[in-house]
Design a protein around this ligand. Structure first.
Ligand code: HEM
Ligand SMILES: [Cu+2]
Length: 573
């Protein structure tokens, strides 16, 4: 990909103002695109569609939890097998087919070239292949749910021996297809990561030094490196598990001489860094939004960067906190307790630094800003409850209860829902050249950020009272069949219905604004970073003239300047 050729093509395009030999067919433009923005959109729309499917699944099994044995509108009576399959595929979809594609692949593809001021990714064809493999993996997963025996139901962690043999899990097609889909999804993200890293390292605008790179790009790239470094052992493990399922080997099945705990190590050696793979891009999105709407220099840029790297490194030595009750050596549990408590220090530090950015700013409470602030507030609850679970003594009691479930949803919903909304409302004008409606954005905000607490706060309580995860009908256990617990479960489910209902407003606002929203100029938020230099939406090749970079991304309200922002591409005068 020659930058020079594209620079010429882009300016030619501007000068003549009409399409000639560059006109692309529908197929080239939308179905097999090489343009990073279009590939980002493909990832975005596929990821969001999968997110909607995952959300519908949560509706099905939450109804079963609150009103066991009653027919669920749209789904009918929920059988135990179907319940297990819904829970498993919900978790898998939300992490692998919703959070990762949207946070890393959609935002990464769309933002990296634009924000570092170049015309495209370094390897556009690898980029296209990445999406195609991703799409294939999503299709395989969805088809697996309808195969004889039903979709895989042994939880997103896929622990053997249950997962290793159809004799145990009763899903002869669901289990291997799930595994194949996950493995392909990993391949897609390995390919994407290559592009993200090389583009950020090689294609930055002239003058953009390491510390001039916007935080969100750093975060996406650090996340890609974390992913690439942690997933290898699990891919090997997935192949072994696939052999166990389909060819009768016994790597993980004790009945065939294997070791089930080995899988747990391979899974969590990846699984824990994975939570930072999604956390870091979300933290990056929130940083951009906070700085822009506090009209203030991001506090502690280098601190954020280095704490993110420290968190990434530490995330490789905490994995066994998921295995405190798996029969690991108790001395190991102590070590992993210490490392787990250690990792909460940099994460907390980042949140405090974000709050410091707000302090003394001229805060504009736009819709993206509301979501960004809500991220900081609500993620804090998730992080704090992780500390209880990180202490092995407490976790032996809490493990596999709804307390754990509430913990990780308090981390994960702020990440995958609230921060994603902050990013969508913020970059929508760049993506489509129009503004989303701010009033309906705010209605959607309150209808999301408040009911979310209504779902998961009660589950801390039911979990602490003993409600076990992955159980089809808790009323089968007399101690769990109590009015207070039943009420809490129903309260959670009703809150979910409310939260889902408010998402309709988002989708209407989104699609209406795409075509009818107020036209956005190149830089509607008066922001500094380079994507706002390009027209909205940016044409193929992004910039009429590739920008130079003269300063860091967060020079807001600089004393002595008449305007309160200072774009990165504006020469000093
Ligand atoms: C401050 C930091 C955090 C600490 C100390 C922490 C600690 C823990 C511990 C010890 C568990 C295992 C509990 C058990 O199974 O008994 C756990 C579960 C979990 N955490 Fe966290 N966590 C933290 C942050 C996060 C973040 C940022 C995410 C997500 C994006 C996350 C996602 C999860 C998930 C998905 C599980 C459950 C996995 C499963 O069993 O299916 N955690 N956490
Ligand atoms: Cu973990």
């Amino acid at each position: 990909m020659s930058t020079h050729a594209h620079r010429a093509a882009a300016s030619d395009h501007e000068a003549h103002g009409h399409h000639d030999h560059h006109e692309m067919s529908f197929w080239e433009k939308y179905v097999f695109p090489l343009d990073h923005k279009m590939i980002g959109m493909q990832y975005f729309f596929t990821g969001v569609a999968m997110g909607v499917i995952g959300a519908l699944m949560s509706y099905a099994f939450r109804m079963q939890m609150a009103f066991p044995g009653k027919a669920v509108p749209l789904f009918g009576l929920i059988t135990p097998e179907f319940y297990n399959s819904m829970v498993t595929n919900h978790g898998s979809i939300m992490i692998f087919w919703f959070a990762m594609p949207v946070l890393i692949a959609a935002f990464g593809n769309f933002l990296i070239p634009l924000m570092c001021g170049c015309d495209d990714m370094v390897f556009p064809k690898i980029n296209r292949l990445s999406y195609q493999i991703f799409l294939l993996s999503a299709i395989i997963l969805l088809v697996s749910i309808f195969m004889p025996g039903g979709g895989f139901g042994s939880a997103w962690t896929s622990y053997p021996p249950l997962s290793s043999s159809a004799t145990y899990n009763q899903t002869p097609y669901g289990a291997p297809m799930w595994l194949l889909a996950v493995a392909l999804e990993f391949v897609a993200f390995l390919l994407g990561g290559i592009n993200f890293i090389t583009t950020l390292m090689n294609s930055r605008a002239p003058g953009m030094k390491m510390y001039d790179i916007p935080v969100v790009l750093w975060m996406i790239v650090i996340a890609s490196i974390l992913f690439m470094a942690s997933v290898g052992p699990l891919i090997a493990g997935a192949v072994m598990l696939f052999f166990d399922q389909t060819m009768g080997t016994g790597f993980f099945d004790p009945a065939r001489g294997g070791d089930p705990v080995l899988w747990q190590h391979l899974f969590w050696f990846f699984g824990h860094p994975e939570v930072y793979v999604v956390l870091l891009p979300a933290m990056g999105i929130v940083a951009e939004v906070l700085a822009t709407f506090a009209r203030k220099k991001l506090f502690g840029y280098k601190t954020i960067l280095w704490t993110a790297i420290a968190t990434g490194v530490l995330s490789f030595v905490v994995w066994a906190h998921h295995q405190f009750v798996a029969g690991i050596d108790p001395r190991m549990a102590n070590i992993f307790t210490v490392t787990t408590l250690l990792i909460s220090v940099p994460v907390t530090e980042m949140l405090f630094v974000y709050i410091a950015t707000l302090y003394g700013g001229s805060i504009q409470l736009t819709t993206p800003m509301l979501f960004a602030i809500a991220f900081v507030a609500e993620f804090l609850i998730g992080g704090v409850t992780g500390i209880y679970l990180g202490a092995s003594g407490a976790d032996i009691y809490f493990h596999d209860t709804y307390f754990v479930l509430a913990h990780f949803h308090y981390t994960f919903i702020p990440i995958a829902v609230i921060a994603v909304f902050a990013g969508v409302y913020y970059w929508f004008p760049k993506m489509f050249g129009r503004m989303m409606n701010d009033f309906w954005g705010k209605v959607h905000f309150w209808g999301t950020a408040v009911p979310f607490n209504g779902i998961f706060l009660p589950l801390f309580y039911t979990g602490a009272a003993g409600d076990h995860r992955r159980s089809f009908d808790l009323l089968n256990f007399p101690e769990m069949n109590q009015p207070a617990l039943i009420f809490a479960r129903q309260f959670a489910t009703v809150s979910l219905l409310v939260m889902l209902g408010f998402q309709v407003i988002f989708f209407i606002n989104f699609f209406y604004s795409m075509f009818r929203g107020r036209k956005a100029g190149a830089n509607p938020w008066n922001a500094n970073t380079l994507e706002w230099v390009a027209p909205s939406p940016p044409p193929h090749g992004n910039f009429a003239e590739l920008p130079n970079c003269y300063r860091g991304p967060y020079e807001y309200s600089v004393p002595g300047r008449s305007s309160d922002f200072w774009p990165q591409n504006e020469p000093a005068n």
